[in-house]
Design a protein around this ligand. Structure first.
Ligand code: URA
Length: 252
């Protein structure tokens, strides 16, 4: 039997959506960039917001620099060291995690870790992926090892497990483990939210001093085998699992 092969259907998308998917800007900001003439498609300035592009074939430039194409996405995991901050730049000249990453394309962190928190930090230039992973509705698990100044009581472990009141609302249930051999001061905790300084605030509100905080996993991704300050690319299965957890359709 003779087979006819049809070309793959191509989904054309609006330029503002494309720019936000690439992590360049919000859609509103992307509209501004288009209307003010900063965006070129295949060598021509494009100011028409209604025009759609083919993300696989069209070459999009922002202020003369080519925007990473969809298939050029990078997905990295860093074992963040202490004293590195997760904001993109710092006017006080402190070390940013960006300065530790050596890639030609611009990537940015997915969410934040405090300056003194170490461990798993994901970075990408895939804006939609990043936004979805950070969205609370997907409840991606984050696992931490917490070193406390004093031993955690069973009563307090129960409070952490059940959910507790913080100034920005009640936390959702957490898994809490006392790590054997740690004299009750080494705790494993898994949360499914990502509020600002959440783990520190949970322990501090119960009267504990957090001496160290290390994120050991983000969903299925761990820092095993990565030196502090080091980075590796996520494997395809890791990206696939994260995309699935974030409700994204399989494309691989
Ligand atoms: N919770 C915190 O308190 N700090 C972090 O960096 C991450 C989670």
């Amino acid at each position: 039997m003779k087979r006819t092969s049809k070309p793959e259907p191509v989904e054309l998308i609006r330029i503002n959506r494309y720019l936000s998917m690439c992590g360049i800007a919000s859609r509103r900001k992307a509209d501004e960039l288009v209307t003010n003439g900063s965006v070129q498609v295949n060598g021509k300035v494009m100011t028409d917001l209604g025009r759609k592009i083919d993300p696989q074939r069209d070459k999009v430039f922002l202020e003369g620099k080519q925007v990473a194409q969809v298939h050029d996405y990078l997905y990295l995991v860093m074992n963040k060291p202490k004293d590195a901050i997760t904001t993109l730049s710092d006017e006080k000249g402190r070390t940013t995690v960006m300065s530790l990453v050596r890639t030609k394309q611009r990537v940015y962190p997915i969410g934040r870790l405090d300056r003194n928190t170490t461990g798993v930090l994901l970075l990408t230039n895939d804006g939609e992926f990043a936004n979805r992973l950070m969205h609370p509705k997907f409840e991606i698990s984050k696992s931490y090892q917490v070193s406390l100044e004093t031993a955690l009581t069973h009563e307090h472990a129960e409070k952490l497990r059940k959910g507790m009141k913080l100034e920005d609302g009640k936390t959702s249930p957490a898994e809490v483990y006392i790590i054997p051999g740690g004299k009750g001061k080494e705790i494993g905790i898994i949360i499914h939210e990502g509020r600002n300084r959440q783990v520190r605030r949970m322990f501090e509100s119960l009267g504990y001093e957090v001496k160290k905080l290390d994120r050991v996993a983000y969903g299925p991704v761990t820092k095993e085998g990565i030196a502090r300050g080091g980075t590796r690319s996520l494997t395809r299965p890791e990206v696939r699992q994260l995309r699935k957890l974030a409700g994204m359709v399989e494309e691989f």
